[in-house]
Design a protein around this ligand. Structure first.
Ligand SMILES: [Zn+2]
Length: 471
């Protein structure tokens, strides 16, 4: 029931969002009914993959490109494959470009530290690993009305009929669609009590031998958040998927997921070893390192993330508020994933902000992405910003004022204040942000009448002894 949307909501203006109705099982009305679809899938997947390769490596993605590769598919199917491939390649290119830019920044910083002699003992020179072209694992067909037609059923046994053109010209297949009660409920417009108008494009997925259909419809949502609504900050992590500035946690990469992830990693490693071995022996066709259980685990993690974000928005304490969430850069995603024992790949972490954005859109609530630079190191009381404020992953302990809190909670408070912070927004890089934060710290000290930065050794021992440690 999710769909990504790029447009940012403008308060008071109605906006259209596309909602998906997922997990509709395609029925086998009679034996072998879906055989034609099973036959079509690998042919389509192969063609789509060829264009993905072309658009990733050789040409700019162009969804209107003239057909290039021979295929038994009809021209209409060919067009659909090109369109889908262009979309896949476009996002692959964007992600790769972002990662490459990040690598260059890392390298620059590394070289700078080397030149200044300020590098840490453990620092190693960043290395760029070229990306593999996106590969399509399970059949996914994003079809339009030219190849798959969706029609309402005239009798009551089924809800819809899909007419799908097949490899055999002039012999389309007809597949009945039966909706579950909860699908029907979702498709009912609560205002008019009429069924919503479905979009003509549909998605067909084959998973573990079964076919699933995704339908979609457009909905109008008006942004309801008043401009002066209080801001709740959201920090994103793995130990807690979501932590708010109101001090609440939602969802986590819990024990069960962790165990499954561990097993999956072990399996992938074994497979990688096998691959390396086979490659040495000159075997041409190597087994894939992706696994079915791995794919299922990713889906499961995403579902848990969706649930956590949903709970955060539904919380009675979060009604009538607006949200601020961290716009994770590739580097900070990587850092967070690594800091927490690589339980999650960075891509999974990236699902959380996507889900925050989607929830805000479907509910008509304002959520603003803000820079996350130093949000985990800045003290939310005195703005003192330093790595040493984080004795461990969970804890924030300010070295100057002694403020102590759950690290994610402190970060969420900082994020909540970054909405409309024009001074921070004007900063061009992390160094500039740190300078601003330390200026704010200086201003705080002046207000407090403190003359120097005096690091606190241990907060628990009391603030009075801490002041004696200054040189
Ligand atoms: Zn402080």
């Amino acid at each position: 029931m999710k769909q990504k949307r790029k447009k940012r909501p403008k308060p008071g203006e109605p906006q259209h969002i596309t909602k998906a109705v997922t997990q509709i099982r395609l029925l086998e009305a009679n034996a072998g009914k879906l055989a034609a679809l099973d036959e079509l899938a690998p042919v389509y997947l192969l063609l789509c993959q060829q264009y993905v390769m072309l658009f990733c490596m050789e040409e700019a993605p162009d969804k209107l490109r003239a057909p290039l590769y021979p295929t038994p598919l009809s021209e209409r199917w060919h067009r659909v494959a090109i369109m889908q491939a262009a979309g896949i390649a476009r996002s692959w290119r964007t992600n790769r470009a972002q990662a490459y830019q990040q690598y260059q920044e890392d390298l620059e910083r590394y070289q700078q530290h080397q030149a200044d002699g300020t590098s840490r003992a453990k620092a190693t020179e960043p290395v760029w690993h070229e990306w593999n072209v996106a590969t399509l694992r399970e059949p996914c067909i994003q079809a339009n009305v030219n190849v798959v037609k969706l029609e309402e059923s005239r009798d009551s046994t089924y809800d819809y009929w899909l007419t799908i053109s097949t490899l055999s010209k002039g012999q389309p297949m007809q597949v009945p669609v039966k909706l579950a009660a909860y699908h029907k409920e979702q498709l009912m417009d609560p205002k008019t009590h009429l069924a919503r108008k479905l979009n003509t494009s549909v998605q067909l997925n084959q998973r573990e031998g079964l076919w699933w259909l995704t339908l979609s419809y457009d909905e109008e949502v008006t942004v309801q958040t008043p401009p002066d609504a209080p801001v709740v900050g959201i920090d994103v992590g793995i130990a807690n998927f979501v932590t708010t500035s109101t001090g609440k946690h939602y969802g986590s990469f819990h024990k069960n997921l962790r165990a499954r992830h561990k097993r999956d990693r072990a399996k992938r490693r074994r497979k990688a070893k096998l691959r390396a071995c086979l490659k040495k022996k000159g075997v041409q066709k190597l087994p894939s390192t992706s696994s079915r259980t791995g794919q299922r685990l990713i889906r499961h993690v995403k579902q848990e993330i969706n649930y956590a974000v949903n709970q955060c928005y539904k919380d009675p304490d979060h009604q009538g508020v607006q949200f601020a969430y961290e716009q994770l850069s590739v580097a900070s995603m990587r850092f967070k994933a690594r800091a927490q024992n690589a339980y999650l790949r960075a891509s999974h972490l990236g699902h959380i902000p996507q889900q925050i954005l989607w929830n805000s859109q479907k509910r008509g609530v304002v959520a603003t992405p803000v820079s996350s630079a130093y949000s985990s190191q800045e003290c939310s009381v005195c703005h003192y910003t330093d790595r040493t404020n984080r004795p461990d992953q969970r804890t924030f302990r300010c070295q100057v004022c002694g403020f102590e809190a759950h690290a994610d909670h402190n970060a969420a408070i900082n994020l909540s204040r970054r909405v409309g912070d024009t001074q921070l927004r004007a900063c061009r890089d992390r160094t500039a942000i740190k300078t601003v934060l330390m200026q704010r710290h200086e201003a705080w000290k002046q207000r407090q009448g403190v003359e120097h930065t005096r690091p606190v050794t241990r907060r628990k021992r009391g603030k009075s002894s801490a002041s004696l440690t200054s040189l």
